[in-house]
Structure formats: C-alpha cells, structure tokens
Design a binder for this molecule. Structure first.
Ligand code: NDP
Length: 332
C-alpha cells in the first residue's frame, strides 16, 4: 500500500484528491499536515484521515507516508517539495509549482537527485476530450493546426474568494491559477511548446492590490500556432471551450475545461460535422494512477515536474507581458 501524506488542509484535497486517492487500488491517505494543528485535527476527523501531523517534519518522518500531495498556497510548494524530497518521499504537487522558474527548477533537481517522482497536478490533460483532440490532430484530422482558442473564464465561488484575490505573495491571481492549466492543455493537445506571449490583464472589482482577476493572452507555439487564452474569476455565464483550427478542419469543444462537465467535441471538415461520443471521466483519479505507476517504475506521471515548469514559465511570462506591455519570450 502506498501511503499519502497531505501537506495542506485544503479545499481541493478534501473535495477532489481524497476520493481520487481512495478510489485508487492500494492507496490511502495516512496523515495530514496543517500549519494550525487544531485545524489539522478537525480536518482529519471530518475526512477520516487517521493522523494529523504536528509539523511538516512530523509528517515527513512518518514511515507510513511514501508520497506527499502538496496543496498549500503557491508560495509554500517550493520549500515543502525540497523537504519532502530530502525525506525520500515522492511528490505530487499542485500548480503553479512555484513562484519563480528558478524555484521550480530547484524542485526538479532536488527530486531527481533524491530519486523520487515529481508530478504536477495538471488534471485537464487526463480528460478523454483533450486526449481525443490530441490524437485527432496528431493523425492529421484537421490538417496543419493554425490557431487555437481557449475560453476559461469562470466565476470564483465564494468559498474560494480568499488568497487568490488579494495575496500576490501567495501566488494569487487568475494567471497563476488558471492560465497554467490552459498552457498545459495546449502543450498536451498541440504537442508543441510555447515560445512567446503578449497579454493584457484586468481588475474588475473582485481582486485587490496588484492581483488580476481577468486576463487575455496570445501565445505563439513552436509549430506556428497562435493561441488565444481568456481567463477570469469574474464571469458567471460564459461557459468554457477549447478550439483548434487547422488547414483541413476545426475541433470545437465545449464544457471541457471543467472536470465534471459533460464534454461536447465537434470535428468540422469540408464535408462533415462529426460529434465525438465522449463521456466525462474522473481526471484526478487518472492523475493519481499515473503518479503511482511512476513510483512503481511502470509508467510516467500524467504531468511531470518539467510540465509544471513549462506552465509556470508561460504564466510568469504572461504576467510580465501584462505589466510591461511588451511581448515576452518563454524558455525553459
Ligand atoms: P485553500 O484555500 O482551500 O487551501 C490553501 C491553504 O489555506 C491550506 O493549505 C490551509 O492552510 C489554508 N486554509 C484553507 N482553509 C482554511 C480555513 N478555513 N481557515 C484557515 N486556513 C485555511 O486552497 P485550494 O484548495 O483552493 O488550493 C490549494 C492549492 O491547490 C493551490 O496551489 C491551488 O492552485 C491548487 N488547486 C489546484 C486545482 C487543480 O485542479 N489542479 C484546483 C484547485 C486548487 P493549512 O494547510 O496550513 O491549514
């Protein structure tokens, strides 16, 4: 059995990852660490996690913990990953991996040197819809891809209206929160790397200080594709979508940027419009299963540390572009 330690008594850990781990054979969550022991104990009791650790060291010293899932606020991921690697624990880390590329690179290096797996919890690439689009594009179904459009503006639910809106030091803002997922999904579907970005950001009354609550960005990829990405915390009714347009066809997907929704994917070519039959699938469980396979040496993580580094680098470049008004190069 692979024992997980939760680093961070978070919403996502409680509402998504706990079930994802419990649904995976031979996996269980054995301990949770919160910076507030009382809160940790209450969280453990509510979620039926057997142990609340009194410190990070306490959690990492537990021999029943083989892997950690880190879902604290973003500025903490770096130091917590380094500590976990040093303790010989495999790391499934939330996005964005860190606050800077240098920090993320240090995490990759530390995990490699310690011989532990580092995975990034980019869940959307586990969706059947994105996998189907990737395969169709790779097989030439739309000819040569020209452009992509990602619609990922949401309304941040009230229970999450905390650090994301007013804590730049915790990695708040829609770009580090959502653009990372969109870039990861574009990289996965297009099988190409982003090379540069230009963006504008917005503050429309929800976020405070220097934190943005809306962003529109255009990324260029190394296969020539330009991709438009709209993200927001403030838009209740837009719905979401992901489109790739090529020389011989278009893939037009709706409801594919939210894991629980029923996806709709349309392939339109000169002579036909084909609706793909796709069921919504459990994307977080698939991520856990791939992480476990990587630990056991039988596979690779769905999204690796390097994938997390790419999405972070792209989001940081997007932020820099919004601040400077200049196009910013992306390199890893
Ligand atoms: P939360 O705000 O729920 O949790 C973040 C931290 O805030 C926790 O570690 C906890 O600190 C503290 N906290 C949470 N609730 C309370 C409370 N009621 N009182 C006091 N402190 C509290 O964050 P999310 O779950 O929304 O996000 C956590 C991470 O996961 C982020 O990195 C985010 O980007 C990522 N995420 C990823 C998603 C994905 O699909 N891959 C989806 C959502 C989030 P402590 O642990 O010290 O108690």
């Amino acid at each position: 059995t692979i024992g997980f330690g939760f680093i961070g008594a978070s919403d996502i850990a409680k509402h998504k990852m706990l079930a994802a781990i419990r649904n995976t054979p031979d996996c269980e969550v054995v301990s949770v660490y919160s910076s507030n022991l009382e809160r940790g104990r209450a969280y453990a009791a509510e979620t039926q996690i057997p142990h609340a650790a009194s410190s990070l060291e306490d959690l990492l010293a537990n021999p029943a913990v083989h892997a950690v899932y880190i879902s604290t606020t973003n500025e903490l991921h770096h130091a917590q990953t380094l500590a976990a690697a040093q303790a010989g624990k495999h790391v499934l880390c939330e996005k964005p991996l860190a606050m800077s590329q240098l920090e993320a690179q240090t995490m990759l290096d530390a995990c490699r040197e310690a011989g532990v797996v580092l995975a990034t919890n980019h869940h959307l690439r586990n969706a059947h819809a994105h996998q189907a689009m990737r395969d169709l594009i790779a097989n030439g179904a739309i000819g040569k891809p020209i452009a992509a459009r990602v619609f990922h503006a949401v309304y941040l639910r009230e229970s999450l209206q905390g650090w994301r809106l007013d804590k730049p030091e915790a990695g708040g803002g829609v770009v580090l929160d959502i653009v990372v997922h969109d870039v990861d999904t574009l990289r996965f579907v297009l099988q190409a790397e982003p090379t540069e970005v230009i963006s504008l950001s917005q503050q429309f009354g929800m976020s405070a200080g220097s934190v943005e609550d809306g962003s529109m960005a255009v990324f260029r990829f190394d296969n020539g594709v330009i991709a438009q990405v709209h993200t927001a915390f403030t838009v209740p009714y837009a719905g979401n979508g992901f489109e790739v347009h090529g020389t011989d066809g278009s893939l037009i997907a709706k409801n594919v940027m939210h894991p629980a929704a029923q996806p709709e994917v349309l392939l339109r070519t000169a002579n036909s419009e084909q609706r793909l039959e796709l069921a919504a699938n459990e994307v977080y469980s698939l991520g856990v299963a791939r992480f476990i396979a990587a630990i056991q040496g039988t596979g690779k993580p769905a999204a690796s540390g390097e994938d997390g580094l790419w999405s972070l680098a792209s989001a940081l470049a997007c932020l820099e572009s919004a601040h400077t008004g200049q196009k910013v190069a992306i390199s890893v």
